[in-house]
Design a protein around this ligand. Structure first.
Ligand code: ATP
Length: 268
């Protein structure tokens, strides 16, 4: 493995969350790497620490959370960076697609304003150029009448539409790292396919690596080069996707895959 190709290097990540019952250890000694342009899938039971791991990478954990370990993006240590340094990285070098798209948008600004401003903050594009990029990306995400979508405010769009707008915006930024936390959960089958195809396209272009968190093993199977399995705050297995799906080593991975087979046999 060439060290220069390592885009994200997470080493010994520990997260403790402050709760009413005191500090709770939620992520323990998590380490993984993502190579430039590759897709790492993270799977695991609800509450095992997947989202907190994503938030830690973006340095967006709640104020009282305690984080230890090292997170390097393109060789730069992110822990200890100032808020301003992180703001410059987020949106340009790293984008987040989160579970609840409503949280990603400012409710009092139109989609156009938010889309165009985000693009212009990180590029030298004019307003017209940024708007054209926005229209192109919305079209790619199968949003009907993109001009109208740009005029809307977040609350005027359905959750599924807003999710696709958020994905369109992340794609427009062509970040080095896209962190997608359950990007397809809120979507129907047709739109889920649109998102998978959009990710597949990004992957083919090879400029953007994706950290893909999903309960949907089909989506992980289709897109991931490597898969990490988390259980109770720890990574219990990490392996190339083909190996993990055909020859899982850990008992918990076997359980997850068995559960999928039971579901499939019920459907088909
Ligand atoms: N703000 C918070 N306050 C208290 N506990 C929290 C907070 N955020 C997360 N946790 C706890 O940390 C643990 C990990 O949560 P996390 O959201 O990372 O799980 P997850 O694997 O992403 O789950 P899901 O698949 O359901 O989204 C859980 O036990 C959760 O209850």
């Amino acid at each position: 493995m060439n060290k220069r190709d390592i885009l994200l290097d997470v080493n010994g990540l520990n997260i403790q969350i402050h709760t009413n019952h005191g500090q709770v250890s939620t992520v323990r000694d998590v380490s993984f790497q993502i190579m430039a342009g590759k897709v790492l899938g993270i799977v695991g039971e609800s509450g095992c620490g997947k989202s907190l791991t994503c938030l830690a990478i973006l340095q967006l954990l709640q104020k009282h959370a305690i984080m230890q370990g090292s997170i390097r993006l393109q060789g730069r240590e992110l822990t200890g960076m100032t808020s301003k340094q992180m703001r410059n990285l987020r949106g340009k070098d790293m984008c987040l697609i989160m579970q609840n798209p409503m949280n990603a948008f400012n409710p009092v600004l139109s989609i156009e304003k938010q889309f165009v401003e985000t693009i212009r903050t990180h590029t030298a594009m004019s307003k017209i150029q940024a708007k054209n990029v926005a229209l192109e990306c919305l079209k790619e995400m199968n949003l009907p009448d993109p001009e109208k979508v740009l005029e809307r405010y977040p609350f005027e769009l359905s959750g599924g539409m807003l999710q696709r707008v958020m994905i369109a915006l992340s794609i427009a930024m062509r970040p080095a790292l896209l962190i997608a936390d359950e990007p397809t959960t809120a979507l129907d089958n047709v739109n889920r396919r649109t998102v998978v195809e959009a990710f597949r396209k990004i992957k083919k272009e090879g400029e953007t690596a994706i950290l893909l968190v999903s309960h949907d093993l089909e989506v992980i199977n289709e897109l991931a080069d490597e898969v990490a399995v988390m259980k109770q705050g720890e990574i219990v297995e990490i392996a190339p996707a083909t190996q993990l799906f055909t020859n899982p080593k850990h008992e918990y991975t076997k359980l997850l895959l068995d559960a999928r087979m039971v579901a499939e046999s019920r459907i088909g």
